[in-house]
Write a protein that binds this ligand. Sequence first.
Ligand SMILES: [Zn+2]
Length: 311
Amino acid sequence: MRGLFYSLSLLLILFNTTVSNSKVTSTEEYARNAWGNLETAEVTTRKVNENLFLLYGLGGNIAVSTGNDGVLIVDSQIPIIFPKIMKAINKLSDDKIIYTINTHWHWDHSDGNLVLDSDVTKIISHSNARKNMQKGGLINMGTTILNQEPYPKNALPVITHENGMSLYFNDEKIDLLHFGPAHTTGDTVIYFTNQNAIHLGDVFFSNSYPFIDVDNGGSLTGMINYLEKIVLVIDKDTIVMPGHGEISSISDIKETIEMLKTVKNRILISIKNNQSLEQIISSNITKDFDKKYNTLLLRDTFIDRAYASLK
Ligand SMILES: [Zn+2]
């Protein structure tokens, strides 16, 4: 009994140590710290192609397809900005949102589901993304841990896929693709084949190190593999819509793949040399990439999560 008590105490001490290093915070608190005054944030609209637009607001970029069948959106950001998102969509089309595709379960891409009209809009995602939305959970960003609340039934996808599916909507074949665990275990990229434009969710940021949700099954090796598969599907003219950041092209994806492979090799060598995470972070292993990528997501968070997925 005493032994059991001792083990439990030790476990508690270890648990407390782990948690005290990283602060658990609500997604709203995180958003206010990261983005400032959420109430005054504005939405801007970028025309991507004929009948395809990209909305910037608070959270992951939203793609909007308009046409004969109605409106389809990719990702839904967060409720506080959603009235402004709707206003921007209404300027592009009088129709209702028939489909919402979530690229993955993270709050800044999917919390807007909470305020969608579930009588009209059908939400689609990878099956693992739906599971995560349903149960909620912690998103470990290294220095901060976010707590995402479980979604009620009306905010959950009603259509899921395992390894991809196609929609025929607005006179276009829209391919939903999945290439295994990467940023999360339920990432979907959405390829508008007629318009040759692709939304990559958080598998790709245009000018920032990526975040890898390692505690929920994401991995650095998976990110590299996923991006390599995408490069085989698209071509030099494809318009690339990142989860966060500006519209890009295949050459930006290739550059990111090279960066990820280089950093991966450097971390593996450091691990082999018994270097701690702190030593790796302080040894500037990303210094030749920091100018391009050290913007939205800070380098230390990227290295922290990359290390966690490799060690
Ligand atoms: Zn994400």
